[in-house]
Design a protein around this ligand. Sequence first.
Ligand code: TEU
Length: 586
Amino acid sequence: DIERRWWKEAVVYQIYPRSFNDSDGDGIGDIPGIVEKVEYLDDLGVDVVWLCPVYDSPNADNGYDIRDYRAIMDEFGTMADWETLLDELHARDIKLIMDLVVNHTSDEHEWFVRSRVEEEGYEDFYWWREGRDADEVSWSAKEGPEGEAPPNAWKSFFGGPAWAYDDGREEWYLHLFDVKQPDLNWENPRVRDEVFDMMEWWFDKGIDGFRMDVINLVSKPDGLPNDPEDPFGGAMSQSTNGPRIHEFLSEMSERVLDDEYLTVGEMLGPEMPMAHARRYLDPDEDGLSMLFHFEHMLLDRGDAIWERGEWALSDLKAVFNRWDEGLEEVGWNSLYLNNHDQPRMVSRFGNDGEYRRESAKLLGTLLHTLRGTPYIYQGEELGMTNYPFDSLDEFRDVDTLNPLRNAIADGDVESFDAVKEVVRANSRDNARTPVQWSSDPNAGFTDGEPWIPVNPNYEEVNIESERRDDDSVWHYYRDLISLRSEYDVVVYGEYDPLFPDDDTVWVYTRTLTGEESDEQLLVALNFSDDEVAVGLSEVVTSDHATLLIGNYGDGGDGDAGADAEGELAAGDLHLRPWEARVYHHE
Ligand code: TEU
């Protein structure tokens, strides 16, 4: 009774083109640079590439501010280059999904240019509102006419008010993100027509699906109410999973989507009600293949980029356990621990010093043996780490710079140095330093000056040396990826967590009962710098379980639980620091 789908059996590899590989020496990664590395992706064994935005853009937010949905950004190449990329990927049976950014456009998009001057038919393409009387509110905008405050109290996710004043139209427009990213008004059916036509246009070019940027924000409630409980004044709480969201997405599904596409919706919010999640994924409703929630990404975060939250391993497990259970009947999980918006996972959830390799492999083991589709972010396969940011001018990201500069100007933060440790751990730029290909200058990423600094550890951590070394993170990732096609249980097995309250080890089984065979995996992961013993006598009933994969490359210490051949027996399983073991029996 398992519903087999190709995208459940796939591993997705995410490319952030600006930082992937530069072919022409301008310091910016580009599409021909990706084409040069298609063979590399094939060697690694991934099934799908998710390409972050490559559309024409003034780059206020590195391509997430789109000026023309049907053109390629000059810095990245031409449409012919893109077509070559698609052909080269397809020739190796690798699918391509594109980023769909339709909550907002660039303010330089022709729709906004027209809307700004109220050209007929475009007046309501965006959220235009009159300001409020500044006397009515406790704070006023720095911009805009004297005595006028923005239409409501919503704050942009990138700092400052979520509204900007337009002198020509003499009204304010909504921008949940940067001032150069005005929100499209999905209430207007013409906006939806335009979006769906554009999606169709890309499907006709042969793509295999979309990753949908902040797609659960596109329905805003009537009256745009404030919410004092929300750190963004209501911008977050009121825009997420809004009143017409399922209507809009099921309309999209009906008009342009197809069962065979991989669609994954990025869904903001501190906690997604499972009832919404199921509707997003139910084939009879919105019909997306998967979604990205943020619940595990928010555990160690505060409200601002210079604040942090306390988390324990049991909290992280609780998030994954809730989602596995929540989507058990309807839906399918995406599995990720980092992407272009998040710090490097080995620095965040592992130990990027002494146990960098072991913990990178352990986290990979987790992502590839939970139930769901793993998403690898470029560089993860070699255990790339956070960047040791030391001054503000090493950052490039609006989401780091804007809020921090505002807070310093307003006196909420004393100086960069006062918050350096936290900001350097949290910044999105950690993910955006160039992929480390080799020990050549600039890590082989470019012959020019890279747009963002290269991590100084590139001489030690790079793809060339990883590929030369059989014990590397890279080779281990390749093995993890191939397990998926060899063992059905890895893809479809039921997930059962053990010791959910333990803050040191994550242990679970995956079980597949079928007509031909019963298969089970036992996964044991030690999230600490110390040795631990896991009591397995209650769990392990078979004495014929063999080690399928482990990050120490041997059968274990042999004294108890597992012998030198990697056979597992009831008793205590001793795990070394950051050790990961996956046993299999049938
Ligand atoms: O991200 C949504 C988003 O809100 C995150 O960037 C968030 O700001 C970050 O995780 C906070 O730590 C998507 C894209 O992935 C991102 O790159 C874009 O900047 C954003 O939407 C706007 O399009």
